[in-house]
Structures are given as structure tokens and as C-alpha cells.
Design a protein around this ligand. Structure first.
Ligand SMILES: Nc1ncnc2c1ncn2[C@@H]1O[C@H](COP(=O)(O)OP(=O)(O)OP(=O)(O)O)[C@@H](O)[C@H]1O
Length: 219
């Protein structure tokens, strides 16, 4: 469950966002839409602890992420949050499989064992990348890199799934397949899913759609 209360955050550039309240409950699938540059990625960064609010609270399953130290937030992100970054953020020198397994290098209490490897390989196979697991990101297409990034977000069965344009570079069939996997994950584990998307044709599949310009006062 994600709970945001009275959060204010400003970059040094002066851009700021302000959210009074936002809750995504267990198993809920929420889409966030809104014009470019209004702060949707900033919201995801606040929810995952990549940036810390100036004031207010971000609670993930009851734990206040903004109260943790940097390294604790990194560990929490790896073990409990699945984040599909808009620019994928894959590690150049690692294979697709090792990229998917990356959370196991950082996450607290995660064991990189046979089961983890089987899960990573299974996800890559589900995404049609079964024959390309040993390739590095530069040897994959844009859409393939995006699928690796989604597989990495799912590998530890996180309780919180954050997706920033996770289906933006995919063709219609892969878009539907990627969303199926994200949704199956939320159903299986009771994860809360918050997905920023410009794909308006996908919106009917979500439980709720939030218009970011109504959620946040930006300046
Ligand atoms: N690290 C940063 N430092 C300073 N300003 C930033 C930083 N990151 C983003 N911004 C600014 O914050 C504003 C919101 O950016 P953000 O990426 O959150 O918007 P967005 O709604 O996700 O946009 P898009 O839909 O294009 O991805 C923009 O004006 C951007 O220039």
C-alpha cells in the first residue's frame, strides 16, 4: 500500500510539486496521466525514495520511506519496490539476465539462488527474450530493453510496483503482454501498482485513473 500525505518537494531549479493526499491500496492498479513536464516522474521518484520530500510523509506498507537513510532506501527499493524507469536504467556491462537479477545484488535479505535465476529466466522467456538473455543492452532493440526493465521490476515479486511509461516503446502485442504481466503480478502478490502512462487506450484496464494536474499543485 502507498500512502502520501501533505508532501511538498522542490528541485533546486524551482519546480515544485505539492500533493495533499494519495493512496493506492493493496492489489490496486492505478494509472497516472497528465501533460509532459508536470511532475509525474518526480512523483514516482518520491514514492521510491530516489528523492526525499521537503515536508510530508510517504508510507510504503506502513513504513515511512522518507525517514530512512540513503543506503536503507536503496536496499528497500531493491527488495520491495519494482520500478520500471522511463529510460530503463539498465547496466550497460551486464547481460539481460544479470540486469534482471540486479535487485539481488542490492536488496536486503535477497538470495541470488537457483530459484531467483529460474524466475529471471522465466520472465525473460515470457517476454520473448528467451534466446537473448546473454545479450547486453546495446545488443537489444529499444522495445527489448524495455521488456528487460519490466522483468527486473517484477523479479523479486515486489509489494509496490511503479512504472514510468513502461509500455511506451512496445508494439501493441507486446504492450498488452507487458501489462498482462504487470497486472498478474499485482494479482498474485497483492502489490499496489502505480503506472504513469500516455497510452490512453490502456486506461480501461486500470481500476482507477488519476489526472496528475488535479492531484498536484505544481509551480
Ligand atoms: N533533477 C532535476 N533537477 C531539476 N529539475 C528537474 C529535475 N528533474 C526534473 N526536473 C523538472 O521538473 C519538472 C517535472 O519533471 P518530470 O520529469 O517529473 O515531469 P513528467 O510529468 O514526468 O514529464 P514527462 O511526461 O515528459 O516524462 C520539469 O520541469 C523538469 O524540468
Amino acid at each position: 500500500m502507498i500512502k502520501v500525505s501533505d508532501v511538498r518537494f522542490a528541485y533546486g531549479s524551482g519546480f515544485s510539486i505539492s500533493i495533499d493526499t494519495l493512496t493506492v491500496t493493496t492489489g490496486e492498479k492505478v494509472a497516472v496521466v497528465g501533460p509532459s513536464g508536470t511532475g509525474k516522474t518526480t512523483l514516482l521518484n518520491l514514492l521510491s525514495g530516489i528523492v526525499v520530500p521537503d515536508t510530508g510523509q510517504v508510507l510504503l506498507d506502513g513504513e515511512e520511506i522518507s525517514g530512512l537513510q540513503d543506503h536503507q532506501r536503496r536496499q528497500m527499493r531493491a527488495s520491495r519496490i519494482g520500478f520500471v524507469f522511463q529510460e530503463f536504467a539498465l547496466v550497460d556491462y551486464l547481460s539481460a539476465e544479470e540486469n534482471v537479477l540486479y535487485p539481488y545484488r542490492v536488496g536486503k535479505g535477497l538470495k541470488l539462488d537457483r530459484t531467483a535465476r529460474d524466475r529471471a529466466r522465466g520472465l525473460l522467456a515470457d517476454f520473448g527474450l528467451g534466446q537473448k538473455m546473454r545479450r547486453r543492452p546495446a545488443q537489444l532493440s529499444q522495445g527489448e530493453r524495455q521488456r528487460v526493465a519490466i522483468a527486473r521490476a517484477l523479479v523479486v515479486r515486489p509489494r509496490i510496483l511503479l512504472a514510468d511509461e513502461a509500455t511506451g516503446n512496445l508494439d501493441p502485442a507486446n504492450k498488452a503482454a507487458a501489462l498482462d504481466l504487470l497486472f498478474a503480478q499485482t494479482d498474485e502478490t497483492g502489490a499496489a501498482l502505480l503506472a504513469v502512462t500516455h497510452d490512453h487506450e490502456l486506461l480501461p484496464r486500470f481500476d482507477r485513473v488519476i489526472d496528475f494536474s488535479e492531484l498536484s499543485q505544481t509551480s
